[in-house]
Design a protein around this ligand. Structure first.
Ligand code: PEP
Ligand code: MN
Length: 363
């Protein structure tokens, strides 16, 4: 792995919680382990095989698995805790476990688990997050909070605020993508702007990326992990299993420890602060600044015209939303965007965003 910028060495889960300072681990920090604990052998063999991978700070394993459909494997529960303790004793790795209700939090606190995380299906429920936060309050456990399944930045931020209100400050966030109707080729759509925005709201909180649940297939792990690093996320949580194809949950996205080692070794840690001599970067940046200014001016002009249109529609008793007109505008701009080599999905999202704001201004 490229040594990268030493400034980006971080300590995520030690007593020092400050980003970009003295560090224990090489970026990216890594949490790895199976989706679910299945047996003592599976845990110990996986952990032994993972040990030594660069940046590895903790071993993950789900004991309680919130499944979409009843009847699927819902986890081994507390029975897996002695196995996890054995993993810690044998490998020295910290332990990370998902908790979904306050009782899970209490069990993990008693068992000496180091990191707990609140899963995407739990973060959607403010009452559950509150209850879990109360169960954890007063402990110095590291608590990670995944994004909610739906693309709602406020709900994610709200979860963090609820933890903070209960005195939990040893926090990290995990970006695992969002369940939307159309997320191809991935299992969950990344919507990178959301974790990036979260980092601007809470600059002191490290944000890890979970490429396993974003991609839904091991073939995407390398590319999503690289993207996460390039966008300045602080670490990775990746599902690994000694026999991925036979895993009881998320078989397609789990990866062999040896493969994970290669993926991590191939990642490029690029500088996020430009300390090198100007190589034309500044020239391009100036162009980007100018173009952004033009884009914003044009957008503002467009919205002003939307307001004028809104007034005319109101006088003529016409609804702001005119489906036929929008459909033809959408098709026309999409075609133009594609002919200009703009990505189709990006164009659709951009056009819909502009339309929603335009309707708001008309209303
Ligand atoms: C998991 O990490 O195994 C998990 C269930 O993830 P998520 O909450 O992101 O679906
Ligand atoms: Mn999983």
């Amino acid at each position: 792995m490229n040594d990268g910028n030493l400034l980006f060495k971080i300590n995520i889960f030690g007593c020092i919680r400050v980003l970009n300072m003295i560090a224990d681990v090489e970026r990216p920090a890594l949490i790895a382990g199976p989706c679910a604990a299945e047996s003592r052998e599976q845990l110990i063999n996986t952990a032994e095989a993972l040990k030594g991978i660069s940046g590895l700070i903790a071993f993950r394993a789900g004991l309680w698995k919130p499944r979409t459909r009843p009847g699927d494997f819902e986890g081994i529960g507390e029975r897996g805790l002695p196995w996890l303790k054995e993993v810690k004793k044998k490998t020295g790795l910290k332990l990370a476990v998902e908790i979904a209700i306050p009782a899970h939090a209490e069990v993990c606190l008693k068992a000496g688990v180091d990191i707990v995380w609140i899963g995407a299906r739990s973060v959607v429920s403010p009452f559950i997050v509150d209850e879990i936060a109360k169960a954890l309050s007063g402990s110095n456990l590291c608590v990670m909070i995944k994004n909610p399944v739906n693309p709602d930045l406020s709900l994610w931020a709200g979860g963090i605020e609820r933890l903070k209100k209960n005195g939990i400050t040893n926090l990290a966030a995990v970006h695992r993508g969002f369940d939307v109707y159309y997320s191809k080729p991935y299992r969950n759509i990344p919507l990178w702007e959301i974790p990036i925005e979260l980092k601007t709201i809470f600059p002191e909180i490290p944000v890890l990326c979970d490429p396993s649940h974003i991609g839904g297939h091991r073939e995407y792990l390398a590319r999503i992990s690289q993207k996460a690093l390039d966008l300045g996320l602080d670490g990775l949580m990746i599902e690994a299993h000694v026999d991925p194809d036979e895993a009881l949950t998320d078989a397609e996205q789990q990866v062999l420890p040896a493969t994970l080692k290669n993926i991590i070794a191939e990642l490029k840690v690029r500088n996020q602060k430009n300390t090198t001599i100007d190589t034309g970067l500044e020239k391009y940046r100036t162009s980007i600044d100018e173009l952004d200014e033009q884009l914003l001016e044009i957008l503002a002009k467009r919205m002003k015209i939307s307001e004028l249109i809104g007034k005319l529609k109101e006088n003529q008793n016409l609804a702001p939303y005119q489906p036929e007109r929008w459909s033809s505008v959408f098709d026309d701009r999409l075609k133009k965007g594609i002919s200009l080599k703009l990505d189709e999905e990006f164009m659709k999202r951009l056009l819909n965003l502009i339309h929603i704001e335009s309707l708001r201004r008309q209303g």
